[in-house]
Design a protein around this ligand. Structure first.
Ligand code: ZN
Length: 358
C-alpha cells in the first residue's frame, strides 16, 4: 500500500501571506505532531471566525514513509531504510534552475521579482523527477512550501532545550518567533550544507540576490526555519499547548491572523552563528554522566560530563572549548568512541563545511 500524505488548508490562497507548517519530517520526532493537533483546532476556529488573512497549510505528519519504519521494536524515522538517506537532506535547490530561467526577466520592482521567483520556483520543483519513494515525498513537501512567506519545520533533538535553525539573512525576521517560543538558541547559517528542507525554501532568495545583483531587488522573502521542540521524550500536553500558543502569537504578530498577540516575552537568547556551535564527541567508550543541565550557560573550559570506563573505572571529564549555552545532548548514557555527547552554542564562528549532525 502506498503511503498517504495529508495536508490541511485554511484561509484563502492569494489573500495574504502563505504559511506552511509541518511536523515530524524525521518521523520519530513526535513533539511537532502533537503541536499540530492544537494548531488544527486553533486554525479551524480562526477560519470559522474569518480571522485568517492569507493561507495556512498544515501537514501534521510530514513523513508517512518514516512513520511506518521500525527496527526491532524501535521507531526509526530519521533515515530512509531503503537508501540510508536522511529525510531532511537532499532537497532540490531550485536556485540553480532559476539562475537560468529568470535571466533577463527581473526588474527593479522587488514585489514583481518576488512573484516571478515564486512562479519559477514552483515550476522548478514540478520539474524534479524523483527516483525513489522518499524523493517523491520530498518533492511533494517542497511543492507545498516553496512559494510560502513563512515555513515552520517542526523537529526535535535527542534531549534538548528549544532551539531554532535559520538562514543568516532571516535573523531579524526569526527573532519574534524565537522570543515567543522561548528558544534558548537561534542558530544562523548562510548554508548549513546537504540541503535540508528549511533551507530549500529560503536559501534560493539570497543565492539569487547575490547572482543577479543589486539592480534587481530580491528580499529574503521566505522566513523558513527548523524549530527543534526540545527532546524526543518531551511529548506533553503542556509543552504542545504552549508551543501552539507561541506559534499563533507569532502568526498574529506578523499579520497572518487577525487579533492582538500576547505581549512578546523578552528573548532568552541572541542569535548566534551555526559555525559557533561546538559539538563534543566521546573520546572513548564509557558510561556518560552529565555534569551540566540543558539550558545551562557555560564558560570555556567548564566540565560538561564524565565518561567512565565501566571495567577499569578510569574517568575522563569532558570540557567545553567555547563559552555559550548547553542546548542539546545525546539521549544515550553509554557511548562508543566518537559518538556525540552534546552541543554548545557559542557566539563566535569557528567551524566550516557541513554544519549539521548526521
Ligand atoms: Zn529532525
Amino acid at each position: 500500500m502506498s503511503p498517504t500524505l495529508t495536508s490541511f488548508h485554511y484561509g484563502t490562497p492569494g489573500s495574504g501571506k502563505k504559511v506552511y507548517i509541518q511536523g515530524a519530517l524525521h518521523a520519530d520526532e513526535v513533539p511537532g505532531m502533537l503541536v499540530a493537533q492544537f494548531l488544527r483546532t486553533e486554525f479551524e476556529a480562526l477560519e470559522a471566525a474569518g480571522k485568517i488573512r492569507g493561507e495556512i497549510v498544515l501537514v501534521p505528519a510530514a513523513n508517512p514513509i518514516g512513520l511506518a519504519q521500525a527496527i526491532q521494536g524501535a521507531p526509526f524515522g530519521r533515515f530512509d531504510l531503503t537508501t540510508g538517506i536522511n529525510f531532511n537532506r537532499a532537497y532540490k535547490h531550485v536556485a540553480e534552475d532559476l539562475k537560468k530561467s529568470l535571466s533577463g526577466l527581473l526588474t527593479d520592482s522587488a514585489e514583481a521579482n518576488v512573484a516571478l521567483v515564486r512562479a519559477h520556483a514552483r515550476d522548478s520543483v514540478a520539474a524534479w523527477v524523483p527516483s525513489t519513494d522518499a524523493d517523491t515525498l520530498k518533492k511533494t513537501l517542497l511543492g507545498l512550501a516553496i512559494d510560502a512567506d513563512i515555513v515552520l519545520d517542526l523537529h526535535c533533538d535527542n534531549e534538548a532545550v528549544l532551539h531554532i535553525y535559520a538562514g543568516t539573512p532571516l535573523a531579524e525576521a526569526a527573532a519574534p518567533l524565537s522570543a515567543y517560543l522561548g528558544a534558548h538558541a537561534l542558530l544562523l547559517a548562510l548554508e548549513a550544507g546537504e540541503e535540508p528542507f528549511d533551507e530549500a525554501c529560503s536559501r534560493l532568495w539570497w543565492d539569487l540576490a547575490a547572482h543577479f545583483g543589486p539592480a534587481f531587488p530580491l528580499p529574503p522573502a521566505c522566513m523558513s526555519v527548523t524549530v527543534e521542540l526540545r527532546g524526543e521524550m518531551d511529548v506533553a500536553y503542556d509543552y504542545a499547548r504552549n508551543d501552539a500558543r507561541a506559534l499563533i502569537n507569532y502568526l498574529t504578530h506578523v499579520g497572518v491572523l487577525d487579533g492582538t498577540p500576547d505581549p512578546m516575552p523578552a528573548p532568552l537568547c541572541a542569535a548566534t552563528p551555526l559555525e559557533g556551535v561546538e559539538p563534543i564527541a566521546a573520546p572513548h567508550a564509557g558510561v556518560l554522566v552529565f555534569l551540566k543541565a540543558l539550558g545551562d550557560k557555560v564558560a570555556a573550559g567548564d566540565a560538561i560530563a564524565d565518561l567512565i570506563d565501566p571495567v577499569s573505572g578510569a574517568t575522563t571529564t569532558l570540557h567545553t572549548k567555547v563559552a555559550g549555552v548547553f542546548f542539546a545532548r545525546t539521549a544515550h548514557r553509554h557511548l562508543l568512541r566518537g559518538m556525540q555527547v552534546g552541543k554548545i552554542a557559542g557566539p563566535v564562528a569557528f567551524r566550516a563545511g557541513k554544519l549539521l549532525s548526521q
